[in-house]
Design a protein around this ligand. Sequence first.
Ligand SMILES: [Zn+2]
Ligand SMILES: [Zn+2]
Length: 435
Amino acid sequence: MATIQAPRGMRDILPGEVERWQALEARVHDLAARFGFREIRTPVVEHTEVFQRTVGEHTDIVEKEMYIFTDRGGRSLSLRPEGTAAVMRAYLEHGLRQQPQPGKFYYVAPMFRYDRPQKGGYRQHTQFGAEIIGSAEPAADAEVLTLPIRLLQSVGLTEVEVHLNSVGDGACRPRYLQALRDYFRPRADELCEDCRRRLEQNPLRILDCKREGCHRIARGAPFSVEFLCEACAVHLEGVKRHFELLGVTYVLDPFVVRGLDYYTRTAVEVYSGRLGAQNAMFGGGRYDGLAEQLGGSPTPGVGFGFGLDRLLLIAGVEDLVPPVDRSPEVMVVTFGEAARREGVVLLDAVRQAGIRAAGDLLNRDGRALLKYADRVGARFALVLGDDEIAAAAVTVREMATGEQTAVSRAQIVGALRERLAQGAADVGTSGGGGR
Ligand SMILES: [Zn+2]
Ligand SMILES: [Zn+2]
């Protein structure tokens, strides 16, 4: 029989790589807590409607990129393609506006897009996102968007540039969309097929079409900032002022319109010098229209979504996110049957004392176990043989030097803790030992 592989565009994260994930996630949780965000976990699947109503039926995401399936009860469910709509759904469902406002939520969770895998992305990727729901103030935009910037900076990606735009709101955007249609209609023949369709449905999206032909035409289009109403213009100034206070570098970029229909006012894409100009590290923005699209009362919100897979792929970050060490600190090595039994008890005692420890699961003899201890990087071997059992002792062997010390069985846990805390040096010695 042929062996089975992971689904196309999805991948396993194996031991060796997963420690880097754990280190990065620990940093994310710590940083989010410092910013006052609480973690929220929503289901991996949502009713398809959640995304049809919010992301928009006529977006690439819903039309081409979502995993949509019918469950056994005949309901249309979707693997979530992004986090914001699900968080807002949960906020409304649980009446979270009754709690102290604004609500500040974050998640580190898998997202799913049925992309062509050759584009370099994965069909399942892990996203770090945060949302501030219930504040329309520019301070909220600046705070939530600064969180991932501080994450980037904390892993050494210090050259961070925010590309900032405002796409307006219900008061001023219709006028702008009309201006866009007026501009693009006479040039429709030169647009790609997708953009010709967007022309009537959502002309804003022509501005972020990546095709060179479309972009060339879009460069001459009217820009949203020229059409902002007074309130939107004041909001944009407020965001800029906060970024300045926070030392966050930004440039105004009229082509940042974000792919989703529910964005209002602030739209950002954030670039890192290390990545070159091509790829945004993350995007975010304000979505004051989202709650109503989900059937809730008007509720402002602002947030971002940040794909962590790419962050970990960037050269150099390996060194900047030091992996959490999960290798065993000690290996229990036994010679003979009596020692094997005693070793089971010793291993358990050491683990209960909070020390990472491993032992034999393959019926290996002591010599083979010492080699194994070396291979997995254990710092000490706890050697048990007939002599040790007779003396109610354990021989502690420092793997790097081969130096061995006899420690009484009663004191072994305390002695180990002390030595592990102390660093690899100065373990008391009693010669190299003959094993
Ligand atoms: Zn196009
Ligand atoms: Zn406006």
